[in-house]
Design a protein around this ligand. Structure first.
Ligand code: G3P
Ligand code: CA
Length: 325
C-alpha cells in the first residue's frame, strides 16, 4: 500500500523505465522510451540538461561525446572543451554549448558498446529528444496502450546550470505548465540528487517530488556551502523527516535498502524503507538490471521466475522489502 504522500493511485510497485529500455536501444532516445512503455513500464525516465538556447533535452550527462556522434562532426571540433562540473574536470562536448537546432543535427549512439554491442545497430538513427517530445510520446503511448504512461524527469547538475545562467528549474516548471502537467494528480514525479534544487522546485511544482539518495558516502549536495553532510545522514529518521518537508518520496540506491559485503553478497536489509514510510514518504529504488542482463520483454506477465534471470530475482527481493517502485 502506498503511504499517504503519494498523489497517484498506483497499487504498486510501479515500474520506471530507467533511461528507457536502455538494454535494447541507445538510452534516452524516443525509441528507448517507447520500448520501455511497450514492455510494461508505468513511467519513462528522462534525465534533463539544457541547450544553449534554454531548451531541456534528455541526456544523462551534458557531456555528449560518448552518447552522440558529435566527435565525428568537423564543424563542431572547436566546441570541445574542458570544464569542471560538480568538482570533476571533464573534457568533451557539452549540450549547453549547442543550440537545439545544432543538437538536432547529431544522432545518438550506444554509451557502452562493449557491454551492449547489439545496441550499436541503432547508432546514428535517433535524435536527442527534447522534454516536450518525451511528453508528446508519453501522451501518444497512453492513447495507444490504453493506460497512462507517466514521466519521471530528473534534473541533472542543477547547481552547475544555475551558476552558468541556464537554471533548469523554471524551464521544467514552464514545460510542465504548458502541458497541463503541473498538478498534483498528473502522472509525473520530479527527482534530483540535489537537495537545494528540490527545495526550490517544491515552491513552484505541484507534482510529487523525489529526493534521490546515492549509496555512497558522497556529500549530498555537490555544491553545499559549509554543509558537510552525506547521503547517509539523509536516511536517518531525522534526515527522512527533513526530506518530508519538501518532498513526497525518496529514490534509494539499492545498496541503501539491502547493502552488500565486499564480495558483492547481499547483507541484511536496513530499516530505511520502514523508516521512510513511517514519515509518509513513498520509496522508489534503483536500478534493477546489470548492464549486461535483460528483463524478458514479457516480464510483467510471465509466471516463471526462472525466466527472469538475476535482475528480476533482485527486483522481487527488493519489492519484498515493501518498496513502492
Ligand atoms: O531514478 C534514479 C536514477 O535516475 C538515478 O540514476 O542513472 O540518473 O544516475 P542515474
Ligand atoms: Ca536518472
Amino acid at each position: 500500500t502506498l503511504p499517504s504522500a503519494s498523489a497517484h493511485d498506483e497499487k504498486g510497485p510501479i515500474v520506471i523505465g530507467h533511461r528507457g529500455a536502455s538494454a535494447y536501444r541507445p538510452e534516452h532516445t524516443l525509441a528507448a522510451y517507447e520500448l520501455a512503455a511497450r514492455m510494461g513500464a508505468d513511467f519513462i525516465e528522462p534525465d534533463l540538461v539544457p541547450t544553449k538556447d534554454g531548451k531541456l533535452v534528455a541526456r544523462h550527462e551534458n557531456e555528449i561525446g560518448g552518447t552522440t556522434d558529435v566527435s565525428a562532426k568537423p564543424q563542431f571540433a572547436d566546441r570541445k572543451k574542458t570544464k569542471t562540473i560538480d568538482g570533476v574536470a571533464i573534457t568533451g562536448w557539452f549540450t549547453e554549448d549547442f543550440t537545439l537546432a545544432e543538437l538536432k543535427t547529431l544522432r545518438a549512439k550506444e554509451r557502452i558498446p562493449a557491454i551492449r554491442p547489439r545496441n550499436t545497430l541503432y547508432d546514428g538513427r535517433f535524435e536527442v529528444p527534447t522534454l516536450q517530445e518525451v511528453i508528446d510520446l508519453a501522451k501518444r503511448l497512453s492513447r495507444e496502450l490504453d493506460r497512462e504512461i507517466g514521466i519521471y524527469p530528473e534534473t541533472k547538475h542543477p547547481t552547475y546550470f544555475q551558476s552558468i545562467g541556464l537554471a533548469l528549474e523554471p524551464k521544467l516548471v514552464d514545460v510542465l505548465n504548458r502541458n497541463g502537467l503541473n498538478r498534483r494528480t498528473a502522472k509525473v514525479y520530479v527527482q534530483s540528487f540535489e537537495v537545494a534544487n528540490l527545495k526550490q522546485l517544491n515552491r513552484s511544482l505541484r507534482v510529487p517530488i523525489v529526493q534521490l539518495i546515492n549509496g555512497s558516502g558522497a556529500p549530498y549536495d555537490f555544491v553545499a556551502a559549509g554543509d558537510k553532510r552525506t547521503y547517509a545522514d539523509l536516511v536517518t529518521p531525522a534526515g527522512l523527516r527533513e526530506i518530508r518537508s519538501y518532498a513526497d518520496g525518496v529514490g534509494l540506491a539499492k545498496d541503501v535498502i539491502i547493502p552488500r559485503d565486499a564480495n558483492g553478497f547481499l547483507k541484511a536489509p536496513t530499516t530505511v524503507v520502514k523508516d521512510a514510510h513511517k514519515v509518509g514518504l513513498v520509496v522508489h529504488s534503483w536500478t534493477f538490471r546489470n548492464e549486461n542482463s535483460f528483463l524478458p520483454a514479457d516480464f510483467r506477465s510471465s509466471t516463471d521466475p526462472a525466466a527472469y534471470g538475476r535482475a528480476f530475482e533482485e527486483y522481487d527481493l527488493f519489492f519484498k522489502q515493501g518498496v513502492d517502485g
